[in-house]
Design a binder for this molecule. Structure first.
Ligand SMILES: [Zn+2]
Ligand SMILES: [Zn+2]
Length: 342
């Protein structure tokens, strides 16, 4: 198998690990040399082809999966954390994750698909989803679904602290928004081939060169705290903009420079999107109706079931933000609840 491996210099390489049937194509798994052996940043999707690509990539890097010393996870999503358990089984490596995402992993392992589907049904009903969308969720499932037994991490990533990576300086930067426990990892070292100050940031899904990451509500059947993921994300973007690393090593697409410019572009994109939503909210709309009217990468009629759920969650995150800013409010007595611009 031809592994796509890229040498970023200074003891950092990446392996393109495929994500099956996904337009993103691949996750970039970073291999960081330490004095105790290589450490992975993210691991990739749990699939035989992805596993073969990862192990072939590690061989191409001059090491092997058995040599892996540790696994640092940017966030709990299955295209990042999917193979972590298999890597740990093959190597004895530790797995580190931010506590907020570890809590999601723990809950996912304990929840099971049935409880999850009834939670999703209740949420979508409250958002105003029509019956034809809800019907498939009510069908009982016999087979377990993939992604319901993610590996439980053994270490906690503490924001602001250096990771325990002998011979390296990597500091955890908490960047909630895409998930509540998303972290970026700041490589506080000068690239040997570059000028001083050439620091780098492993940005996970927080900052990507050509994609605006999905920001939906933090899904939690056990927690009814009213969170503001879009507000968290915009704050996290500003944090990374102030850090202004010389090079960004993202988990999808490709490495890029001028993080500050990319941050400015994303902030402007979100500001204009929020303003556009206020125009739509001239009339009262449920989250579902808002999602139907928002601009996506294809017409609403062509968006498949799973992506519609993601779109509604994104509409809800925007409504939360607008309500928090005092630019929209819930219409008293509406059921399902509708929102209107103020
Ligand atoms: Zn993600
Ligand atoms: Zn991702």
């Amino acid at each position: 198998m031809a592994a796509h491996v890229h040498d970023h210099g200074g003891g950092v390489r990446s392996v393109e690990v495929p994500i099956p049937d996904n337009p993103l194509g691949h996750t970039l798994v970073y291999v960081v040399d330490t004095d105790n052996g290589p450490v992975l940043i993210d691991t990739g999707w749990d699939d035989p082809t992805s596993w073969d690509t990862l192990t072939a990539g590690l061989t191409a890097c001059g090491t092997s999966v058995a040599e892996i010393h540790g696994v640092v996870i940017t966030h709990h999503h299955p295209d990042h954390h999917g193979l972590s358990g298999a890597v740990r089984d093959a190597s004895g490596a530790w797995i580190a994750m931010h506590a907020a995402d570890t809590a999601i992993v723990r809950r996912t392992r304990g929840t099971g698909p049935d409880r999850w589907f009834s939670y999703m049904t209740a949420k979508l009903t409250a958002a105003g989803a029509p019956e034809e969308h809800l019907a498939p969720l009510r069908t009982p499932r016999r087979r377990p679904l993939p992604g319901f037994s993610p590996a439980l991490p053994d270490r906690e990533i503490v924001p602001g602290e250096l990771l325990d990576l002998p011979g390296r300086r990597v500091r955890a930067i908490w960047t909630p928004g895409h998930t509540p426990g998303h972290v970026c990892l700041h490589l506080e070292e000068t690239h040997p081939a570059q000028l001083p100050g050439h620091d780098r940031l492993f940005s996970g899904d927080h900052l990507l060169p050509g994609i605006s990451p999905h920001i939906g509500l933090y899904e939690d059947p056990d927690d009814d705290t009213v969170t503001d993921p879009l507000g968290d994300y915009l704050d996290s973007l500003e944090r990374v903009g102030r850090l202004a690393p010389a090079e960004v090593l993202p988990a999808h697409q490709y490495a890029f420079t001028d993080a500050a410019a990319r941050v400015r572009k994303l902030l402007a994109h979100h500001e204009s999107r929020l303003t556009g939503l206020l125009t739509l909210l001239a009339e009262p709309l449920t989250a579902w109706q808002l999602a139907e009217r928002m601009k996506w990468n294809r017409p609403w009629a062509d968006i498949p079931f799973g992506s519609r759920n993601i779109a509604v969650s994104e509409a809800e995150a925007h409504l939360r933000r607008l309500v928090k800013l005092g630019r929209a409010e819930a219409v008293t007595g509406s059921d399902p609840v509708t929102y209107v611009a103020v």
